[in-house]
Design a protein. Structure first.
Length: 239
């Protein structure tokens, strides 16, 4: 018999979420993506969204992070003062929630031009109350573990290769000790050695109690770190 869930450990609660995109440049054509999506993510748990491309996995992450609005349902995310429904929250509430509670590693690195990689990563650690010195130490450790050569730390990530940029992106996402971490294909452009390092870092965050929701197309990575796998194609909307 399955033990009842400890709802007190829930960090993300998604209930009956639906999303349809409206194509304004195509005479308002509607593109249904997902409907009736429901799942929970608990502290210290890694939930992986699986399924074919185009099923809405990245869209779900963006809805939880507040980049996309929902058409229906609720997305409760635990913040420093309790749950916030991202689906109906004001922008200032979403920004505060991101600052305190949600880390996000997207498929693309966006940083301020001409800011060095060490400063980019350290800024995230400072954002969650680390001292400047501790933040820079943590940034150095992450960049070194992810095989970013020290001679590159003062350079802006835009000058790097795609794989190097993604490793800086991962370092930035892991630098802040936020209790929730969203990962959108963090290992997609990495070689075997760096992929293994990222998996170790993710496992360390799980052991520390971080709630992780991610997308991993690499089957070996997914099988190693996932506690729960959700096939998003089961929620695919139909026009």
């Amino acid at each position: 018999m399955q033990e009842p869930r400890d709802t007190g450990a829930d960090m993300i609660v998604v209930e009956k979420v639906a999303k349809t995109f409206v194509m304004h440049l195509r005479d308002g054509a509607r593109l249904p993506v997902v409907r009736d999506v429901s799942f929970n993510v608990r502290a210290g748990e890694c939930v992986v969204l699986s399924g074919p491309s185009g099923m809405g996995k990245s869209s779900l992450l963006k809805m939880i992070y507040g980049n996309y609005r929902t058409d229906a349902g609720s997305i409760l995310v635990r913040g420093s003062r309790g749950f916030v429904d991202v689906a109906s929250a004001e922008p200032r509430q979403v920004l505060a929630l991101r600052a305190s509670s949600i880390g996000y590693v997207s498929q693309f690195l966006r940083t301020i031009p001409r800011v060095g990689s060490l400063d980019v990563v350290a800024a995230e650690a400072v954002a969650t109350s680390a001292s400047e010195a501790a933040a820079r130490d943590k940034a150095r450790d992450l960049l070194a573990r992810l095989n970013i050569a020290e001679r590159l730390w003062s350079l802006p990530p835009a000058t790097f290769s795609g794989g190097e940029q993604q490793r800086v992106n991962i370092a930035r996402g892991l630098a802040a000790d936020r209790p929730i971490l969203l990962l959108d294909e963090p290992t997609a452009s990495l070689d075997d050695a760096n992929r293994a390092t990222v998996v170790e870092l993710i496992e360390a965050r799980k052991r520390a109690g971080t709630a992780i929701l991610g997308i991993f197309h690499d089957t070996a990575v997914r099988e190693r770190i996932a506690d729960v796998a959700i096939d998003v194609s089961a929620f695919a909307a139909r026009a």
